[in-house]
Design a protein around this ligand. Structure first.
Ligand code: IVH
Length: 682
């Protein structure tokens, strides 16, 4: 059923629905529709906008893909200076900060606090006009920053229109929000691995990565970077009186901004100190990097009285933790071979404790990295370990040299197969180009089964090594021919473990196509690119047949990537792998979304609560019907409930619904709603 609404109304509706689902997916991590359904809606909006270009608003979800590349960034003055923070390093200094603040306030003042994670990313200022994201700037020197609006639009958790995510709070006419653009550690590690495999630049930490990505002149490049946002400060707001930082965070949340869940409102400095003391442990469990906490005076009135000194407010302070860096000795440099044949030097260190963990090895990325920093064998080096990120050698300490240190050279032959290595022009990496190199095969298999690719439980580098060594695996597709009998008698493989592994391999045949495509390890094709390719081509077969021109217009895919994909499929060896996967019944095509079902559904965006006994169907059946029609079913009536479906003996929920003026319908009313959709509001 195609809707008969005007194109403008339809576009507005699609924008709203897409913003909602975007928020569910990216901010709440709790999607209500499938990716295919989302894509279908997005496609409809794109088509509509192509047909009626005047309907393309800057806050349209289609604009996340990145506009046109620029020569340089325009400068923007900030409405108020973007301040920085002073630091304290222990409880004593924290208490001194508190004392200083109290001395500037009337006697007997009791301060309360909000403590927030200090996110290690890039500070940005986001301007909203009439509810639409209008301008985004970097901090710059605090007074003047750079206009990175087009790049920020590609950040999926940044609301382009507020309120986002079905919030009912009315958007202020003007709102300026400060937040931090960052990247999760896992995504960072994976991205760096992919960059390395592509022979491209690696970033030293997620913060540099976020900064580098946000300052790309071509937003289409930014769009391929998995950046995220935490909002933490309301800088300007029209028409709302915010009494406290806590209220500000609450407003941000209600408007659909992502606000870090770790923020806490604490009534006393003792509680703040306890929170800070417990943080180092908690910090390790977070998926993103923090370099401390920010302690803020909660009450706005006191914030204003305290003001700022220099470029730091007196009402807030950063509580930082001792460094995660140590100096240790670089005993030797080893070389691994990656799945694309790239040689990867790593440091063999004098074991050192960093943040409670003993570190023995650390990455050195590539030969240029070592040369640029003049890292020598025998040097004392600074090693950093932050959370889950692989430890890395940052730099040598030349003052500690004895004169016995040696300059490192990459070997001329592959350490695994002995073949001559080559360094391709314009690339930082050196490769072993022997396609039969066992080290590459092991790495390809390891990558194929890894979490970001086919995600096969119980299968890692150890298994890859064993199976390659035993000749069970000659290419990645052979993974699917591993049978229980092959593993029988292998040391360490009891029946239970064998069954589990074989079942896990079999289950992986049903992974989404983008995972299969990622797993193939085509240069430049990581998760994000694979998803765009699958969304565009629908199947690996179609991709196999594609010519470079077929890639024009796909977000984030330029001619180099297109060339890399076409080249990969041109090799008979690779085509054989694809064929073997097909024969093994690995999923190679996206399931078709039947025509018409992918469009909006009658109950899209509506939330239901069911209570009492319904005349003809059980509550479960009713819930099924609602979900099938695009609605959501929750357990408790709240202001967000669209309808209460009440049968006999409704009870407390009925009272609550009446109190909150939530419409109450019966089973017949529900069926009507599903058949006709909700009444349109004017
Ligand atoms: S408040 C006047 N809150 O830390 C308000 N900053 O070292 C000043 N940062 O430039 C900032 N998380 O980029 C604030 N929850 C948070 C933060 C935070 C990270 C950054 C911010 C600032 C830097 C200061």
């Amino acid at each position: 059923m195609r809707p008969t609404a005007s194109p403008a109304a339809r576009a507005a509706k699609l924008r709203a629905v897409l913003h909602h689902h975007n928020y569910r997916y990216h901010v709440l991590d709790d999607p209500e529709i499938t990716d295919a359904e989302f894509d279908a809606l997005l496609r409809e909006l794109k088509d509509l906008e192509a047909e009626h270009p005047d309907l393309r608003t800057p806050d349209s979800p289609t604009q996340r893909v990145g506009g046109t590349a620029q020569e340089r960034f325009a400068k923007v003055g900030h409405p108020v200076p973007m301040l920085s923070l002073g630091n304290v390093f222990d409880e004593e200094e924290l208490r001194a900060w508190h004392e200083r603040a109290l001395r500037l306030l009337p006697q007997g003042t009791e301060l309360s606090f909000v403590v927030e994670p200090k996110i290690d990313g890039l500070s940005v200022l986001l301007h909203y006009e009439g509810g639409s994201f209008a301008l985004g700037a970097t901090r710059g020197d605090g007074e003047v920053g750079e206009d990175v609006t087009a790049n920020l639009r590609t950040v999926q958790t940044l609301p382009l229109a507020i309120p986002a995510g079905g919030g009912r709070t009315k958007a202020p006419r003007r709102l300026v929000v400060r937040g931090e653009v960052y990247m999760e550690r896992d995504a960072f590690t994976r991205f760096n691995e992919e960059q390395l495999a592509r022979g491209e630049k690696v970033y030293a930490n997620p913060r540099n990565f976020a900064a580098g990505s946000l300052r790309q002149l071509d937003p289409a490049v930014t769009a391929t970077r998995p950046l995220r946002l935490w909002a933490y400060q309301v800088v300007v707001v029209d028409g709302a009186e915010l009494d406290s930082q806590w209220d500000a965070l609450d407003l941000l949340r209600r408007l659909g901004f992502p606000v870090a869940g770790e923020c806490a409102r604490l009534a006393t400095l003792d509680e703040v100190a306890a929170f800070c003391a417990a943080w180092p442990e908690r910090r390790e469990t977070l998926p993103y990097e923090t370099d401390g906490l920010v302690v803020k005076v909660d009450q706005r009135a006191y914030q204003e009285r305290l003001g700022a000194v220099g470029n730091a407010p007196r009402w807030a302070v950063a509580y930082k933790y001792p460094s995660t860096e140590v100096v240790t000795k670089l005993n030797a440099i080893g070389v691994n071979v990656g799945r694309t044949g790239v040689l990867m030097p790593y440091a063999e260190l004098e074991p050192a404790q960093i943040g409670g963990v003993v570190v023995r090895n650390a990455t050195l990325h590539n030969a240029d990295y070592i040369r640029e920093r003049d890292i020598r064998i025998g040097d004392s080096v600074v090693v950093k370990r932050a959370g889950e990120v692989i430890p890395q050698v940052l730099r040598p300490v030349p003052e500690l040299r004895t004169g016995d240190e040696q300059v490192f050279e990459l070997p001329a032959n592959c350490p695994a197969c002995g073949e001559k290595v080559v360094r391709l022009e314009d690339e930082v990496a050196t490769y072993c180009v022997n396609s039969a190199c066992p080290a590459q095969l092991v790495r390809s298999v390891e990558y194929f089964v890894s979490r970001g690719a086919m995600d096969i439980d119980g299968f890692g580098i150890r298994q890859a090594e064993q199976f390659v060594e035993r000749g069970l695996i000659k290419d990645v597709a052979d993974i699917f021919s591993i049978a229980a009998a092959d593993l029988d008698g292998m040391p360490g493989y009891q029946q239970k473990r064998i069954d589990k592994l074989v079942a896990a391999i079999s289950a992986a045949k049903d992974r989404p196509v983008w995972r299969v495509l990622t797993a193939l390890g085509i240069r430049g094709v990581g998760e994000v690119v694979a998803q765009s390719l699958v969304a565009h081509f629908g199947s690996i077969d179609a991709l196999e047949r594609a010519v470079p021109e077929d890639f024009t217009g796909i977000t984030g895919i330029g001619p180099i990537l297109a060339g890399s994909v076409v080249e990969w499929f041109s090799h008979p060896r690779n085509r054989r792998i694809v064929e073997k996967l097909r024969v093994a019944a690995v999923r190679m095509a996206e399931e078709q979304v039947p025509e018409g079902t992918a469009g909006p559904k009658p109950l899209d965006g509506l939330a239901f609560v069911i209570t009492g006994t319904l005349p003809t169907c059980s509550r479960e059946q009713a819930a099924e019907m609602i979900r099938g029609a695009g609605g959501k079913v929750t357990g408790a009536v709240s202001a967000k409930t669209s309808y209460l479906v009440a049968g006999e003996a409704g009870g407390g929920k009925l009272d609550k619904a009446r109190k909150l003026s939530v419409p109450v319908i019966d089973e017949a009313g529900l069926l009507e709603l599903i058949a006709a959709g909700p009444p349109r509001s004017a």
